[in-house]
Design a protein around this ligand. Structure first.
Ligand code: NAD
Length: 264
């Protein structure tokens, strides 16, 4: 194992179970020597997150619903008491009404548009307002996005619009926080079978399409994402900020269906 994260402390937000992208990232960081704290959305997830955190030797596991300002405030107040300072933060959180993750974007309701933007976009800004104040020795923050921000993907709809806004917020925060040597980046992951992804219409088809049409002719794993996260969150990524790094087996460079792709 490498020593890239020895002496660094970070908060992982968005762990739901051992299929979560947050789990792949947490494991890569822990293997590299990082000390981790976790936040979970609600009581229902606590029983899932507690044993996973324990597996990585983490004793700080705190509730946080990012749609609630007081809850965000309370999380960082607790974390400040526990640690005082912070070196990195992982934001692996997104949400939209799954009834609107099928059919047409144009049918998005005002209420779900606002909720999707609040939970999937503003929450990263809200947590970085607090986290950056704890990153007194510089720091690195990471959020998760998807190619549906750049190109129209079936069923992704309002989440595509939200991810586009999230990627823009990464660039603005990179500029705001760069003077404090705090880096802000995103990973654009290819489709991975997780709880959140199961809410997206025809997700199995999207995974098959990516597998047969990406340059590497496979899907990515949460380990692939974890290793890329390690680069961005460790000093290996010291020169990189405001970036959206694609970890998608190369799918984003492709212009049309592969000649050898089977009919699916
Ligand atoms: P997941 O279901 O394991 O994780 C989603 C997390 O968001 C859960 O832990 C959930 O509790 C949390 N969350 C939702 N609403 C919240 C709230 N109000 N307060 C606090 N937490 C809340 O699924 P995942 O696929 O690992 O998703 C992590 C991130 O990766 C998301 O931003 C997702 O959009 C992004 N992403 C996923 C894929 C994919 O194919 N799975 C691809 C690219 C990007």
């Amino acid at each position: 194992p490498n020593q890239l994260m020895v002496g660094k402390r970070g908060l992982i937000m968005g762990l739901a179970n051992d299929k979560s992208i947050a789990w792949g990232i947490a494991r890569a960081l822990s293997d590299a020597g990082a000390e981790l704290a976790f936040s979970y959305q609600g009581d229902a997830l606590k029983k899932r997150v507690d044993p996973l955190a324990a597996q990585l030797g983490s004793r700080i596991v705190l509730p946080c619903d990012v749609s609630d300002e007081d809850s965000v405030e309370a999380l960082f107040a607790s974390l400040k008491q526990e640690w005082g300072t912070l070196d990195f933060l992982v934001h692996a959180i997104g949400f939209s009404d799954k009834n609107e993750l099928r059919g047409r974007y144009i049918d998005t309701s005002r209420a779900n548009f606002a909720m999707s933007m609040d939970i999937s976009v503003y929450s990263f800004t809200a947590v970085m307002q607090r986290a950056s104040r704890m990153m007194t020795q510089g720091g690195s923050a990471l959020t998760m996005t998807y190619y549906g921000a750049e190109r129209v993907m079936p069923h992704y709809n309002v989440m595509g619009v939200a991810k586009a806004a999230l990627e823009a917020s990464v660039r603005y925060m990179a500029e705001d926080l760069g003077r404090d040597n705090i880096r802000v980046n995103a990973i654009s992951a290819g489709p991975i079978k997780t709880l959140a992804a199961s809410g997206i219409g025809d997700f199995r088809y999207i995974m098959k399409w990516n597998e047969h049409n990406s340059p590497l002719r496979r899907n990515v794993s949460i380990e692939d994402v974890g290793n890329a996260a390690l680069y961005l969150l460790s000093d290996l990524g010291a020169g990189t900020t405001g970036e959206v790094l694609h970890v998608d087996a190369g799918y984003h460079v492709v212009g049309m269906k592969a000649v050898d792709a089977p009919d699916i």
